[in-house]
Design a protein around this ligand. Structure first.
Ligand code: RNT
Ligand code: ZN
Length: 418
């Protein structure tokens, strides 16, 4: 059978279980997924020389990391060419591009420092999401930013947040797509603190001040990302789950869940429908935690599939902003980007090819034995053939072995020459 015949046969098999694969493919093409710029250079950026801090860590020393905006854009372009689907660009403030001798600090950055990124995004028909960078900087005092008891330090970081609101609005106006602006801080303590509420009250006040910067709510979507702990800040994290959820609920902004930021048996797939009962919109960082918040490359694994299924089942594609967040410095970075993005695309397509209504019906009629059997059957439906057709329609190779040659060539001709 050739590819076309394989797809036709898969389509029939899916039709038997009530799934329209043509429709699934068409739908997926319309859904933007935000691609993080920071996989390309191990979360370093262009505005400082120091190491990555804030309780997050990249591991590995694979050659060829991007060192300049041009290199990062070139690498991202290479990755983009291998990915099916609709992409949005996710930037961190530390990726500001300064003209020679015109450096400004994070509290003073403006739209002009991101004009090159806007041009990049526009040429590729991408929207832009944004993240203030509250780490990897000498104004982080004793590991603290928005929770700092030092008012000058706290003000510096509040001003950074406000600058980022203005930049986010600029992105939205330029691209015509809303900008999701995510606030994450690593503030916390390595050992048992004496005051757990004080830092949280300061954090609350800091975000309130940041959000007091005027902005158009239909253009900028501020989020607060929670976390359970970070490396070197194991005992206490100010921006805990309860803090972030409560803040978002009471301040009309979005909660952002990163699936690496919970205790290992907690599942973000289960949290998605819980939050959708209350929030008009939510945001996600999709990653793969291995034993800790290790930010491994996203794969087409059980929990990734389950998260995608919840978004589709809850009919919430318009209400969930999806962004990838992983960084592996131990393998080819362009390939890492590509595999992670493609994995999430697979998870979404797989979810769109799931007979959700029929499965729900079995649950509601308490036919749990059948539900279990049917769910197992669905796993063996010829999904690979639908994926292949989706990739064909998007003009990219379906299998890694087909696109890896491109990576090898790019590594040899570009990455190894750096
Ligand atoms: C850290 C958070 C945060 C970062 C990025 C770089 O644990 O997940 O989202 O990964 O902002
Ligand atoms: Zn994250």
């Amino acid at each position: 059978m050739n590819q076309k015949e394989r797809y036709e046969s898969a389509k029939e098999r899916y039709a038997e279980i009530g799934v329209d694969t043509d429709q699934a493919i068409a739908r997926l093409k319309e859904i933007p997924v935000s691609l993080h710029c920071w996989q390309g250079d191990d979360v370093i950026g262009f505005d400082h020389d120091g190491p990555l801090t804030g309780g997050i860590q990249t591991t590995g020393n694979y050659p060829g990391k991007a060192r300049t905006p041009e290199e990062l854009m070139q690498d991202m372009d290479q990755a983009l060419r291998l990915m099916p689907g609709k992409k949005k660009l996710n930037l961190h403030a530390s990726y500001a591009v300064f003209e020679e001798g015109k450096f400004v600090d994070r509290d003073k950055i403006g739209p002009e420092h991101f004009a090159k990124w806007v041009a990049f995004a526009k040429e590729r028909n991408m929207g832009i999401d944004f993240n203030p960078t509250f780490f990897s900087h000498d104004r982080v005092k004793d590991g603290l930013t928005l929770t700092s008891p030092d008012e000058e330090t706290r003000k510096f970081w509040i001003d950074h947040g406000k600058a980022c609101i203005r930049i986010s609005e600029y992105f939205a106006r330029e691209t015509g797509m809303p900008c999701v602006m995510n606030i994450w801080i690593g503030d916390g303590y390595k050992d048992i603190p004496a005051d757990r509420m004080g830092p949280r009250m300061r954090y609350k006040d800091s975000i309130e001040q940041i959000l007091s910067e005027p902005y158009d709510k239909s253009l900028v979507k501020p989020c607060v990302e929670s976390k359970v702990f970070g490396i070197g800040v194991e005992s206490y994290t100010a921006g805990s789950a309860e803090f972030a959820l409560s803040f978002a609920a009471t301040h009309g902004c979005l909660p952002l869940m990163d699936n690496g930021h919970y205790h290992p048996t907690e599942m973000v797939s289960d949290k998605i429908p819980a939050l959708l009962c209350f929030y008009p919109e939510i945001a996600l960082h999709i990653t793969r935690p291995v034993r800790w918040d290790s930010d491994h490359v996203v794969l087409f694994d059980d929990e990734t599939r389950e998260m995608a299924k919840e978004i589709i089942r809850c009919n919430a594609l318009e209400r969930v902003y999806m962004a990838l967040d992983y960084f592996d410095a131990g393998i080819n970075r362009v390939a890492a980007w590509t595999v992670g993005f493609r994995s999430w695309q697979k998870a979404l397509l797989n979810a769109l090819c799931t007979p959700n209504e029929e499965l729900k019906k079995l649950q509601d009629e308490n036919r749990m034995t059948e539900l279990m059997m049917f769910q197992e059957d669905v796993k063996l439906a010829p999904f690979g053939d639908v994926w292949e057709e989706y990739c064909r329609q998007c003009g990219v190779a379906a299998e890694g072995r087909q696109w890896f040659e491109t990576i090898e060539k790019y590594e040899e001709e570009v990455l190894l020459k750096r």
